[in-house]
Design a protein around this ligand. Structure first.
Ligand code: TRP
Length: 455
């Protein structure tokens, strides 16, 4: 792939699957439930959905437009569309965010590989809830095991990215996405029918708005950007490989719907299961890994072979969902280095893999032996998560909205968004209104509110 002949995604379905593959990942199945648990449940989910509708989907259409029109990596895109301006820093900040996210995300992806092995060796059998907690702490406190799994995961990502966009990403998304979805539905049905699951369902459905404070707003906004892969040029880079006939608003809507459904479905697995065995919903990053083995144990414990098969399947699909996300993160940074610094894709990818692995090892250690070393009271792992999801991505989204809504030539915007003039003017105008006013003002409000400046 050279600068002039960029690869394209082969089909429209491929476009949706690749974008949804980037969006659907650990963010939905691991991060969404624990953020929901930390922030009190149903009210957080409603705020989250609001963020997806009013910020997420409009900004996604903007990112798609920037990417497809410029046909370049995210930093170059701004240079092409706004030469000689400082807008290119939005792209560069995105590349940096992608680099940091890939580092700590791969740690969690590594855990899923370890859990595949645990599931296959039937080590969940006969365990109690406390046993699962101990097993998880054992894993993360170990200096070697999670770091090695993280490296294994990083290498898988590396080789797919080096192979190129179409073959790697499109193919792997096509089979795995529908399978994951079906398995999630099965697990949700099982979890909901566990004894005592009712309180978990209540936690998901009965909003308590007195719990909504600045933290909840920032958490929900950050989660929306993180889960939709938004605000750092990830979907912008993917859109640079879209063909002209791809309908951008429709694709964004589809990705938003699929992504939100997977997240909510995961909530319906985790919380009924957690309440059923008396686990706290605010256990944080460990939540998925300590509740899920319980579901397999309790729902299928009577049929051991079924418990083993279903749990292996789940962790394999989870790892694959994470893989289609890490590929997209890796691709952003690789495409940037490859095109901006005139190096081969291979060399660019090696640099990214090496750098992110170093970050990954540090983040992994920060949950065990390095627990004492904190930044602003957070472990390195938590700090990178906070810095990227809650600061850098919404900030990136803010600037993307301003850039597309206020700065970019309206002919270009209409040309990209209207799908050859077939989009209804009224829909276009509503979208532009969300992008110009609602999203930037909303994001700014949440930031300012969190800083405590509004008191
Ligand atoms: N959205 C993915 C998930 O939910 C993670 C991810 C992939 C991401 N690419 C991104 C997050 C870009 C932020 C920005 O697991």
């Amino acid at each position: 792939m050279t600068k002039n002949s960029r690869a394209n995604f082969g089909s429209k379905l491929g476009v949706i699957l690749a974008s949804a593959g980037s969006a659907v990942g650990l963010g939905n199945i691991w991060r969404f439930p624990y953020e929901t648990g930390n922030h009190g449940g149903a009210a957080f989910i409603l705020v989250y959905i609001g963020c997806v509708l009013f910020f997420g989907i409009p900004i996604m259409v903007a990112e798609f437009s920037i990417g497809r029109h410029s046909r370049s990596n995210t930093a170059r895109a701004y240079q092409k569309l706004a030469p000689g301006t400082h807008w290119r820093w939005v792209g560069r900040m995105g590349v940096l965010a992608g680099f940091l996210i890939l580092g700590y995300y791969s740690v969690v992806a590594g855990w899923t590989l370890d859990y595949i092995v645990q599931a296959a060796s039937n080590s969940f059998a006969g365990q109690t809830a406390n046993g699962f907690i101990a097993a998880f702490n054992n894993l993360t406190a170990n200096p070697w095991r999670p770091a090695l799994w993280m490296l294994a995961f990083m290498l898988m990502t590396h080789f797919i990215v080096v192979k190129g966009v179409e073959k790697g990403i499109e193919q792997s998304s096509k089979i795995m996405m529908p399978m994951l979805f079906i398995l999630l539905i099965i697990l949700a049905i099982c979890a909901v029918s566990l004894p005592g699951a009712g309180n978990g369902i209540k936690f998901l459905l009965q909003p308590d708005f007195s719990k909504v404070d600045g933290n909840v707003l920032l958490g929900a906004m950050g989660q929306a950007f993180f889960s939709l892969s938004l605000g750092m040029g990830c979907l912008c880079t993917y859109a640079s490989y879209f063909r002209k006939d791809v309908n951008l608003p429709k694709t964004a809507l589809n990705v938003g719907i699929i992504d939100t459904m997977v997240a909510i479905l995961s909530g319906f697995i985790i919380f009924p299961a957690a309440f059923s065995v008396g686990l706290q919903p605010d256990a944080g990053p460990s939540l998925l890994f300590i509740t899920l083995p319980n579901v397999f144990q309790q729902a299928f414990g009577g049929v051991p072979w079924l418990a083993v098969i279903l749990s292996i399947m789940f962790y394999v699909l989870l790892a694959l969902a994470a893989l289609t996300s890490t590929i997209s993160l890796h691709e952003v940074v690789t495409a940037y280095l490859h095109e901006e610094f005139d190096m081969t894709r291979r060399k660019a990818a090696i640099l990214v893999t090496t750098g992110c692995s170093i970050i990954g090892v540090l983040c992994s250690l920060s949950l065990g032996v390095g627990k004492e070393l904190t930044i602003f009271g957070m472990t390195l792992f938590d700090f990178f998560d906070f810095l990227t999801a809650k600061i850098m991505l919404p900030l990136g989204g803010f600037f993307i909205a301003i850039f597309t809504g206020w700065f970019l030539d309206k002919h270009i915007v209409w040309e990209e968004v209207s799908n050859n003039g077939t989009l209804k003017k009224s829909i276009y105008r509503s979208w532009l209104f969300l992008l110009k006013y609602v999203a930037p003002i909303g994001i700014a409000f949440i930031f300012v509110n969190e800083l405590g400046l509004l008191k």
